[in-house]
Design a binder for this molecule. Structure first.
Ligand code: IVH
Length: 679
């Protein structure tokens, strides 16, 4: 009995502690302990609950992992209808809305509340005596589906409402006694959006691709699909997120902004950009500001939700159809449009990759005219089944090249022409090859003029030589005029050479030559990157520079020698060796060596030579793999078990038996901080 009592006590304390850290992490965005430490608390709780199953409560953090597979979803009637919003697409329509509601609520100074319109799907969460009891989808607005078990897997949704402090409620301007009474002994309904962050979505798609499975089209559908899984264990793997935006229950609030404040102290994550806005001008300013930041946000949004902040006015304005009059979705310009494919052409890139491109009838996508969209590769053309003449949906996301997301096959005409991927390079006519395991076709001709030209663009680009003022257009002019044949020729140019070209005058010519001369001094890493070797991106170039410290050592290294560089696999090693074996490239290096000044890497490289490291426990600021890579780069070795030969044991959090062994053998133990200092 004593054991049970003690366990009960400990379980209650653990639950409160885990909930507190959930709140710090998800709501306040200020975690105080690491994931690993939190996991270990959860483990202890699960172990105790395993011993005393009767002590398991529905709000226990262990109840998130996903229960039994359901035969179907039960229907749940909503306590109040879940409405939708009317869209306004531009400033004009927004102003019209203000005009309409001002007439219905005359003599009132309207104040607004603006918040992000998250691209996910709405759910309702019901808490009975603080415990999460029913979670449902919107359904038709009147009746939804019971997805409680799946929603429980979302960490951002509290399983028990947090009991706010009196002072917190007073700060919001409400009566603490009333709020706390309803929270503890009544029912509270919260609404908000379930969504998937862009990074989780991208990770899922990377894994799908690796496994050869179809990729998902967007985060919203992927999130919705996850919640509609009858097996909660599957939903649990999807790492969904939640933001609360509506408090349905009357806790005495008179303004929508107070609802956001209340939701936060009740333990919900809320929109941190959301703000009270004093009038139409402030709303427009807010809309512009968020539109600018849109691409940088961790999740997709398609506009703002703008509501009349005073609840009484909001209610007085009423509902038309299924939408309240007192709020609108103030949308951002769409990222998609339809267009017709006029032609499909194939471009040859720097590394010889052939990229099919759809030439489109000009389409306006969010204020930008788009005439080309990438089709990526042959497999993508097949997947889309895109043909010349087809009507397609084109998407423009962020700064990336627009792409074709779908073909509207119902609109296909009989004359639509299938596209056959070329067997020969469209520029030089040589054979194209598709290497095993690669989606891309490449032109095998090392002297292919298209590759050569792209190689020159790459050479002068920002992350390579960074020659300011020298873009693709000028490179083209220089090549066409015969002034530049290889990258080394840039450095021999004189102002008078440029004066022969269209568009140059004395000042601009002098300026560009000065800029070229200024870029001559270059780090070894950038120099290696600028060569444009296949499979050598910025990161690999860095690793190579750090490892070799000197260009000559890199040039004459064998494939095996190159593979010793951490992060360089066989594919990259062969590609590097091939590149330096090619005579033309050797000439280029010799010429460049005469005109540029490569800064060698300081010889820190081998400072851990002969030392063996073992890692144990969880590292906080660096991943285990990255730490191992660092050791190897500095010439050290990494082993998986502690022995007399071990020089250092790096012990992170929750270090286990390895730490005991190291202490026993007298092996030097380093904390994470000491290790970082050493490297
Ligand atoms: S308030 C009366 N706030 O947009 C409807 N909705 O078109 C109250 N949405 O079904 C909704 N972010 O799925 C509201 N901050 C936000 C929102 C938001 C996304 C979605 C929600 C709703 C749809 C309305």
């Amino acid at each position: 009995m004593d054991d049970r009592k003690e366990a009960k006590n400990r379980i209650e304390k653990l639950k409160a502690e885990i909930n507190h850290h959930r709140y710090l992490y998800h709501v306040l965005d200020k975690p105080e302990i690491s994931d690993a430490a939190l996991d270990s608390l959860k483990h202890e709780l699960a172990r105790l609950e395993g011993q005393f199953p009767k002590l398991v409560t529905p709000d226990s953090p262990t109840q998130r992992v996903g229960g039994q597979t359901l035969p179907f979803f039960k229907k749940v009637p909503h306590r109040a209808p879940m409405l939708s919003l009317e869209d306004v697409f531009d400033e004009g329509e927004f102003t019209d809305w203000i005009g309409r509601i001002s007439k219905l609520a005359p003599n009132e100074k309207l104040e607004f509340f603006g918040e992000l319109k998250i691209d996910g799907f709405a759910v309702s969460l019901v808490y009975t005596t603080s415990i999460f009891t029913i979670g449902s989808t919107r359904g038709d607005g009147q009746t939804g589906e019971d997805v409680t078990e799946n929603l429980k897997t979302i960490e951002a949704i509290p399983l028990r409402l947090r009991e706010p402090k009196e002072s917190e409620i007073k700060n919001i301007g409400l009566d603490p006694a009333r709020v706390i009474k309803t929270v503890k002994s009544g029912e509270v309904e919260v609404r908000g959006e379930v969504f998937m962050t862009k990074s989780v979505f991208e990770k899922i798609n990377r894994e799908q691709k690796k496994r050869g499975l179809a990729e998902y089209s967007n985060p919203r559908n992927t999130a919705a699909g996850s919640i509609r899984q009858l097996n909660p264990a599957l939903a649990a793997q999807r790492k969904l997120d939640f933001l609360a935006y509506d408090l349905v229950t009357d806790l005495g609030q008179t303004e929508h902004s107070q609802e956001h404040d209340l939701l936060k102290v009740l333990g919900f994550k809320t929109d941190k950009y959301a703000d009270k806005l004093s009038g139409a001008a402030a709303v427009k300013k807010f809309w512009e500001a968020i539109k600018k930041q849109r691409e940088k946000l961790a999740w997709e949004i398609d506009g703002l939700v703008v509501s009349v902040n005073k609840n009484q006015t909001y209610a007085k304005l009423g509902v038309v159809g299924k939408a309240p009059r007192g709020a609108v979705a103030f949308k951002f310009p769409g990222k998609e449009s339809t267009s017709k494919v006029k032609d499909i052409v194939v471009q040859v890139g720097r590394t010889g990759v052939l990229t099919p491109v759809a030439i489109l009838e000009p389409a306006d996508i969010g204020g930008v005219t788009v005439t080309r969209a990438t089709l990526h590769n042959e497999d993508e053309i097949r997947r889309l089944d895109v043909r010349v003449g087809d009507t397609v949906i084109v998407q423009r996301a962020g700064d990336v090249i627009p792409d074709v997301v779908r073909v509207l096959t119902n609109l296909r005409s009989q004359n639509a022409k299938e596209f056959h991927f070329p067997k020969k390079c469209p520029v030089c006519g040589q054979t194209v090859m598709r290497a095993e395991g690669e989606a891309a076709h490449r032109c095998v001709n090392k002297n292919c003029p298209a590759q050569h030209r792209e190689g020159l663009y790459h050479f002068v680009s920002k992350k390579a030589f960074n020659i300011i003022g020298l873009g693709a257009e000028i490179v083209d002019k220089l090549v066409d005029a015969g002034l530049v044949k290889t990258a080394a020729d840039f450095f021999g140019l004189k102002p008078k050479d440029l004066l022969e070209l269209e568009g140059f005058a004395e000042v601009s010519a002098n300026k560009l030559i000065a800029s070229i001369q200024k870029s001559k001094k270059i780090s070894l890493a950038r120099f290696i990157y600028s060569l444009g070797i296949i499979h050598v991106g910025e990161e690999t170039a860095n690793l190579l520079a750090m490892y070799f410290g000197d260009l000559k050592d890199l040039m004459f290294s064998s494939v095996e020698g190159l593979q010793k560089v951490p992060g360089v696999g066989e594919k990259a090693a062969r590609s590097i060796k091939n590149w330096f074996d090619f005579k033309d490239n050797q000439h280029l290096i010799a010429k460049l060596d005469n005109v540029v000044e490569i800064q060698k890497m300081p010889k820190v490289a081998k400072k851990l030579a002969g030392k063996t490291f073992v890692f144990t426990g969880t590292l906080e600021t660096i991943t285990r793999d990255a730490a191992k890579e660092k050791v190897r780069l500095l010439g050290g070795d990494v082993s998986s078990s502690v022995s007399k030969e071990t020089d250092y044991l790096v012990a992170g959090e929750n270090a286990g038996s390895k730490l005991d062994k190291a202490t026993e053998l007298g092996v030097k133990v380093l904390s994470e901080r000491e290790f970082l200092k050493l490297i």
